[in-house]
Design a protein around this ligand. Structure first.
Ligand code: SF4
Length: 119
């Protein structure tokens, strides 16, 4: 099997050709990170999740958040459903950990902005 993909590990964005035939070989990468990226994409693709979380008693009803590490793509739906059920209390500061080790992925969900408490 041959797959084409773009390495997103740095802004250069090398176009990779990945040969999967028992072992994984890669062409088009300018550095070893491209090989690592392609192997992960083929065996266990991961993504940073960006999402909003409900806030109680805040000046805004939602706070933006993202995972501090990529999480398995196959778990994205499950993680999103879990986060939809959350409601955190204001105030929330940018950088606060909202969920530690979300669904045992090893990634934390971190607030990316501040939401103050309502007066
Ligand atoms: S292969 Fe290396 S140089 Fe190319 S996009 Fe990936 S990290 Fe950047």
């Amino acid at each position: 099997m041959i797959k084409k993909m773009t390495c997103i590990s740095c802004p250069i964005g090398c176009e990779l050709t990945v040969f999967v035939n028992g072992e994984i070989k890669v062409e088009g990468n300018r550095c070893p990170r491209g090989l690592e990226y392609a192997k992960n994409e083929v065996t266990n693709p991961k993504r940073i999740l960006t999402i909003s979380v409900k806030v109680e008693d805040g000046v805004m009803e939602l706070v933006s958040a993202k995972t501090d590490k990529p999480v398995p793509k196959k778990m994205l739906h499950e993680i999103i459903e879990y986060i939809k059920g959350l409601k955190i209390k204001a105030p929330v500061k940018r950088g606060d950990i909202i969920v530690n080790d979300i669904l045992s992925t090893g990634a934390n969900l971190v607030a990316t902005r501040t939401v103050l408490k309502k007066d």
